[in-house]
Design a protein around this ligand. Structure first.
Ligand code: B4P
Length: 192
């Protein structure tokens, strides 16, 4: 199954993707995690991304596409994947579509996790306190939500017009949200 999880920062994409990978037996590809690994390794890409991420901006489309092409060249994605954090704008959505068509692996389903802004801010403030992520400061979170509204929200319509979108309520316990996602992707799984 080839699945993309969509939603604002803090909507639970990463949290649910790590559970879904066990359920679906496919790798979880998080562009945020890939970027954070580059930053931690101090690579040239990581040095370029570090400041951009800390202020809550999007890292350049070129860097992201190169990184993703590299990840998709690995054999473990042949049986499917869960993509989390990408695409974050329409240019990335179009580039992904072209790449997956070229690989003969078109997306099967897109699930949007819906959570209102007040709760997103609360969740990310909690993570900021627990994990100290540079982009979970109140200022960066506010900016990331603005970036989401202006640049990432149109991606939802991209998948809606491709008849691949299901919207799921992202408010509830981790198990409740997980069960909703599993129910939402059941038709697409059956068609795989
Ligand atoms: P990401 O790593 O994608 O970070 P995120 O949007 O905060 O989502 P994440 O998946 O981590 O959090 P989740 O909602 O699961 O991106 C970070 C940065 O990397 C971006 O700002 C950008 O700079 C860069 N980047 C990444 N991809 C890019 C791209 N394609 N193009 C350009 N730049 C890119 O969880 C959040 C919190 O909520 C957690 O604490 C979790 O425990 C909690 N939570 C989750 N579900 C919950 C629930 N049901 N109830 C209560 N709490 C819950």
């Amino acid at each position: 199954m080839r699945l993309v999880l969509l939603g604002a920062p803090g909507s639970g994409k990463g949290t649910q993707a790590s559970r879904l990978k066990t359920h679906l037996q496919v790798p979880h590809i998080s562009t945020g995690d890939l970027l954070r690994a580059e930053v931690a390794a101090g690579s040239s890409l990581g040095r370029q991304a570090k400041e951009v991420m800390a202020r809550g901006d999007l890292v350049s489309d070129e860097i992201l596409l190169g990184m993703l092409e590299d990840r998709f060249s690995r054999d473990d994605t042949r049986g499917g994947f869960i993509l989390d954090g990408y695409p974050r704008n329409l240019a990335q959505a179009a580039a992904l579509d072209v790449m997956l068509q070229r690989l003969g692996q078109p997306m099967d389903s897109a699930v949007q996790l819906e959570v209102d802004n007040e709760l997103l801010v609360e969740r990310l403030a909690g993570r900021g306190r627990d994990e100290g992520r540079a982009d979970d400061t109140p200022e960066a979170v506010r900016y990331r939500l603005e970036v989401y509204d202006t640049q990432t929200a149109p991606v939802i319509d991209f998948y809606r017009t491709h008849d691949q979108l299901t919207t799921v309520d992202g408010v509830g316990t981790l198990d409740e949200v997980f069960d909703r996602i599993v129910a939402a992707i059941t038709p697409a799984r059956a068609a795989c």
